[in-house]
Write a protein that binds this ligand. Structure first.
Ligand code: GDG
Length: 463
């Protein structure tokens, strides 16, 4: 078996078995089994003139290679081009893009640093798999350094339509960089179609009947590989009794109250303000729901140095205060807003104890929370997933109640429908959703991408 070399902005902590997020778990498991290399930034910022050698650690069969960045790299590459240009742009938020030439320079510089660090560790037969928007130019940098290995790329976030992409300077260069990979993977058919439209209209590439893209120099596999979760391990976690959650659930049961749950990184793409407004609208439109339901919103802090993230935090704190001020009673708090991180086991138990999973991003690559919520439900009495049509997950999870995250009334109506749905309908939907998330689980994601990278296999849509 060929050695797998994974590169991502940050590396997962392989000494821990329980990690947050499907990417870390899926990749860590696979790397542990087949052995390989994982390279990324170590999270440190240091002052240095000459690029330091990567720090190598061997954990079981996995070699971890990490490099530090300078303060300037962190500001221009990470906070700058990656998170103030590409993140908002790829989520269709042109209004939040803050472009500076220095950001682009920092982005190219750090990708060159990654290439320098990586090239010395590579073997001729390696398969290289690069992850996410931070590292789009990395294949181009590696090719310049003579790399002939097969290199794949997976984009975890959406890929925007050409009309939006064209708003950022050097958009053509970005897409040309993508075409230096052998395999380019997206979460959904919509993202893939956006790329295909760009390469055909702006770069004059030929789209071959089998789905590959022919450029002047090479043929690239562009495909859709929806990411999934490790369903069984999540089911097992949700079935583990969690004392604190159980006590809280009993209390709610005695009072005859239901719970709606939202779990997100505190990001402006996740549609949190309108989610809270939709909950308030539910209480307005259906007064009988007052005191019989509460919203628990867990919002995990993230990228707190970027201006737009400071704004969204303030907005949410004000909104939850406002809703509670307006509707709360001495013995009922409608919104429980938690600005923090909850342990993964508690999260699974909370999903299971909630009658509605409320997932309403304005735009999302996939959204693993939607899949985790379904995996955590019991078949005896499952909850209902209310899901934004703009989450990548909506392309597969048709049996959720699909909503428009910009339409507060639509969300409120669907919350009411979820809270009053008969048991047999909930069970039918749960069965179908479970089948779907099992079919598109973490192992399937990994194997289908690896088949393309290793053997050049092309994924058919019905796979
Ligand atoms: C990107 C794309 C794509 C959240 N809060 C806590 C916590 N989490 C965990 C969730 C879930 C993960 O973090 C979030 O994953 P998502 O997929 O929902 O969203 P992003 O972080 O934006 O991920 C996304 C994903 O990459 C994978 O390709 O699906 O579209 O944006 O696993 O459970 N975990 C714990 N405590 C928390 O408070 N333990």
């Amino acid at each position: 078996m060929k050695r797998l070399v994974v590169v991502s902005n940050r590396v997962a902590d392989l000494t821990k078995t329980a990690q947050a997020g499907g990417l870390a778990v899926g990749l860590a498991d696979s790397l542990r089994q087949r052995g390989g290399v994982w390279m990324g930034w170590d999270g440190q910022t240091l002052k240095y003139e000459e690029e330091p050698e990567p720090r190598i650690r061997k954990i079981g069969e996995v070699i971890q290679a990490t490099i530090p960045l300078t303060e300037q790299d962190y500001a221009e590459y990470y906070l700058g081009f990656a998170n103030s240009v590409l993140w908002p742009l790829f989520h269709y938020r042109l209004d939040l893009v803050e472009y500076k030439t220095a950001f682009l320079e920092g982005y190219r510089r750090v990708n060159a640093k990654f290439a320098n660090a990586l090239v010395s560790t590579l073997q001729p037969d390696d398969l290289i798999w690069i992850h996410d928007y931070h590292l789009i130019p990395l294949a181009a940098e590696l090719r310049q350094r003579g790399c002939k290995q097969r290199i794949g790329f997976f984009l975890h976030i959406p890929f925007p339509p050409p009309e939006i992409l064209a708003a950022v300077p050097r958009h053509r260069w970005l897409v040309e960089c993508l075409l230096k990979f052998d395999v380019v993977g997206f979460q959904t058919q919509t993202d893939l179609n956006n790329l295909l439209r760009y390469v055909e209209d702006h770069l004059g590439c030929e789209l071959l009947p089998d789905g590959r893209v022919k450029t002047r120099e090479r043929v690239v596999i562009a495909g859709c590989y929806p990411i999934g979760i490790d369903v069984d391990s999540f089911v097992a976690m949700a079935e583990q009794p969690n004392d604190e959650v159980q006590i809280e659930t009993k209390r709610r049961e005695i009072l005859g109250r239901r719970q709606i749950i939202g779990v997100d990184r505190l990001d402006y793409t996740k549609g949190l303000p309108d989610r809270l407004r939709a909950f308030a609208r539910l209480l307005e439109m259906y007064p009988e729901m007052r005191k019989s339901v509460a919203l628990m919103q867990i919002a995990t802090p993230t990228r707190e140095e970027v201006e737009a993230y400071i704004d969204i935090r303030k907005e949410l704190e004000a909104l939850s205060g406002e809703i509670n001020g307006r509707f709360a009673d001495f013995n009922w708090t409608p919104v429980r807003y938690i600005h923090g991180t909850v342990p993964r086991e508690a999260l699974a138990a909370l999903y299971r104890a909630s009658q509605v999973g409320f997932v309403t991003p304005l735009r999302d690559g996939m959204n693993l929370v939607a899949k985790e919520y379904v995996a955590a439900q019991s078949m005896d009495n499952p909850g209902v997933l209310v899901l934004s049509k703009f989450a990548g997950a909506a392309e597969e999870m048709h049996e959720a109640l699909i909503v428009n995250p910009y339409d507060v009334d639509d969300m409120a109506r669907n919350l009411c429908r979820a809270l009053t749905m008969p048991l047999d309908e909930r069970q039918d939907r749960q069965r179908a959703l479970m089948d779907r998330i099992r079919k598109h689980d973490a192992a399937n994601w990994l194997n289908s991408f690896m088949a393309a990278l290793e053997k050049g296999e092309i994924r058919r849509e019905e796979d």
